[in-house]
Every structure is written in structure tokens, then in C-alpha cells.
Design a protein around this ligand. Structure first.
Ligand code: PLP
Length: 361
């Protein structure tokens, strides 16, 4: 039998979560954000699952958009980082990609190209995130310069929220106010604001295009609400199996560095998954896994290919038992929190060694 470690990708959950995003943005259209290999779920798998629901996809870069086209997906694809070379504007024109323009260099490349094929773009505005985008007082001139090129249509202005995941929405509302002022000054332009947190914080009412990502995969973007509370379903179940079960005597130490020591006689199991698969090495002893219908705590350090769990309360547990690392019973957000990170990092960090297996609910 092959190694039992795999990620089950549940297509109905993806569709349910996209529908949730749409319900939270009744006045807008929602481009499904499928970058970083569909947040680790498989770019093409996710895009195919949402193809009849999502009018557009959003990715980070041209290469990801090319993968969608190669798989026969023909929706417009938005490039959230824009292009990385002048020549890529030709590819955008040929393929119907819609790049963000966030920097003077991208503007200059576009102005220098004599290509009459039409191109749609979004202008990215820096309203406080201080990552990408033009300053608000530059926007009118940028839009005018793009429009003067004749072959370029500015669909709208986009920004990205820096803190919409936090309960205090005042900084986010400041970002929204800047964008509202800018579209009032540039009539006819659309607006795109909300990531998943924006949807869940009820901020989508003024925009034409939202950009939900993490919520599509059933992980919460909010610091103060779980995915379950938000009605999201995990699209991925990461599972493996026990490949060894042994008795523990009081004083036995487990794993590299002997960071865990048994205080009483018990049992432990070894699961065939480790940081070489993307399970976080920083998950501490006590992080739960799901086995035989209950939780069992991780013990000792996570190795590259394996991790150990305490099975003292599960006398019947045996080699071959299925173990859920995250999914419906142990959320990826809970594991991430214990490991000092976020669900985004765990999902996108799953390595190619883990086969993605599609399930249909
Ligand atoms: C510009 C932009 N829009 C939307 C998203 C989707 O964000 P989230 O996954 O938090 O919904 C991202 C993701 O990082 C992004 O960079």
C-alpha cells in the first residue's frame, strides 16, 4: 500500500464557501482568488470547481493565469500584482488577463508599447497598507495617463485592507472613505475593496468587484470568529495514518531533542506526516489530531516525515488507523494558532509530496 498521507479536496465545500462570499456581497460580483495553487488546494482543481459560479479568477502573476488557460479555463483572470515585464502586456492582451497597475514602472512600460489591441486594467491605490499602489493624490493623473493611451480601459480602482480581520474596523473604514472619495472624483470607474475579511465584516456594499480568497477554502480570516461560526466548510482534510504503536514507560522521552517525557505508563503512535509535507514543525506538544473519533495530542517535536501522538486514552488504536491532521474535526486555524501562524500559511505550505485527492462530498 502507498503512503497514507493525502489532502482530500472537497468540491461541494468550495462551492458552498464561494456562495457564502456571494451572499455577503449582494451588490457586487466576486472574483475567486485562486493564487498560490488555489491556496494549496490545486489551482486548476479549484478553478474548475468554481468555473460555473465565478465570473472571474484572481491570481498573483501571469504564470498562474497561464496555468488556468492551459487547463482550458477561459474566464478573465485578474493579475493582482500586475505584470513583471513589459512584454507581459502582450500576453495579457492576447489572453484576456486584467492586470493591476500599481507602480510607475508598470505605467511606463504600458505607455512605451505600441499595441492597439484592447487591454483592461485596474489601478491599485495605497490607502494605508503600504505594500503596493499609487498614493491617493496620484490616482487622477494615473487614470488620465492610462486613458490617454487610447487602447487601455481602466475598469476601476482597487485597494487592499490591512486590518479588516480585527474587531476594530475604524482603520478599515478610513481606507474605504479614501476610496469613496476617489471614485467620486473619477466618475465611471468601478471599485474593488474586499478580501474575505471585508466580506465578513460587512464592507462590500459600495464596491463592484470583491476578491474573496481564504474564506473559499473554509478557513477564517478573522481573529475573533472561527470558520464554523462563519458558516464556512473546510475544503481540505489533511489525513494520514498510524504506522507504529508502542507502549510508553514512565520517563520515556519522545522525538528529537527529547522535548516530551512520559509521566506515566501509556501508549503512543507515530503518524506518517511531518514538516516535509507542510505540517508545521512549530506545532507544540498538545496540538490535537483526530483519531478513532476523538482528539489525541501531539507529543515531542515534529520530524520531517513523521510525528508522534499520545494514545494513552485509546487502548484500541492500532497501526493503520486514519488520523486527521486538519479538517472538519480539528480546524486548520486551530493548528495554525497553536503553531504561531495562520491558516493561510499552512494551506499554501502543503508540499507537492502530499497528493491532492478530489472528493465530491
Ligand atoms: C490584493 C488581494 N486581494 C485579495 C486577496 C484575498 O485575500 P483573503 O485570502 O484574505 O480573502 C489577496 C490575498 O492575499 C490579495 O493580495
Amino acid at each position: 500500500m502507498s503512503r497514507p498521507t493525502r489532502a482530500l479536496i472537497d468540491l461541494p465545500s468550495l462551492r458552498h464557501n464561494y456562495q457564502q462570499a456571494r451572499n455577503l456581497a449582494p451588490n457586487a460580483l466576486s472574483m475567486a482568488v485562486v493564487k498560490a495553487d488555489g491556496y494549496g488546494h490545486g489551482l486548476v482543481t479549484v478553478a474548475r470547481a468554481l468555473a460555473d459560479l465565478a465570473p472571474r479568477f484572481a491570481v498573483a502573476c501571469r504564470e498562474e493565469a497561464d496555468t488556468l488557460r492551459a487547463a482550458g479555463l477561459n474566464q478573465p483572470v485578474v493579475l493582482l500584482e500586475g505584470v513583471h515585464a513589459a512584454a507581459d502586456y502582450g500576453v495579457c492582451r492576447a489572453q484576456g488577463y486584467i492586470p493591476f497597475v500599481h507602480h510607475q514602472s508598470q505605467l511606463d512600460w504600458l505607455a512605451a508599447i505600441a499595441d492597439q489591441r484592447p487591454l483592461r486594467v485596474w489601478v491599485k491605490v495605497n490607502t494605508g497598507m503600504n505594500r503596493l499602489g499609487f498614493a491617493p493624490d496620484e490616482v487622477a493623473a494615473v487614470v488620465a495617463r492610462l486613458t490617454a493611451l487610447g487602447n487601455v480601459t481602466v475598469e476601476g480602482l482597487a485597494t487592499h485592507f490591512a486590518q479588516a480581520d480585527a474587531p476594530d474596523l475604524v482603520p478599515t473604514q478610513r481606507q474605504v472613505a479614501v476610496m469613496n472619495r476617489l471614485v467620486a472624483e473619477c466618475p465611471g470607474l468601478g471599485l474593488s475593496l474586499s478580501n474575505s475579511a471585508g466580506h465578513l465584516a460587512g464592507l462590500t456594499l459600495v464596491e463592484q468587484w470583491t476578491r474573496p480568497g481564504i474564506m473559499l477554502y473554509g478557513s477564517t480570516p478573522l481573529l475573533h470568529r472561527t470558520a464554523e461560526q462563519l458558516g464556512l466548510q473546510p475544503a481540505m482534510t489533511l489525513e494520514s495514518a498510524l504506522i507504529s504503536v508502542r507502549a510508553l514507560a514512565p520517563g520515556d522521552e519522545v522525538g528529537y531533542g527529547a522535548t516530551w517525557r512520559a509521566t506515566h505508563a501509556g501508549r503512543m503512535g507515530v503518524v506518517a506526516i511531518g514538516y516535509g509535507d507542510g505540517y508545521p514543525r512549530h506545532a507544540p506538544s498538545g496540538t490535537p489530531v483526530w483519531v478513532r473519533g476523538t482528539r489525541a495530542p501531539l507529543i515531542g517535536r515534529v520530524s520531517m516525515d513523521m510525528l508522534a501522538v499520545d494514545l494513552s486514552h485509546l487502548p484500541q488504536a492500532e497501526v493503520g488507523d486514519r488520523v486527521e491532521l486538519w479538517g472538519a474535526n480539528v480546524s486548520v486555524d486551530e493548528v495554525a494558532g497553536l503553531a504561531g501562524t495562520i491558516g493561510y500559511e499552512l494551506l499554501t505550505g502543503l508540499t507537492p509530496r502530499v497528493p491532492r485527492v478530489i472528493t465530491r462530498g
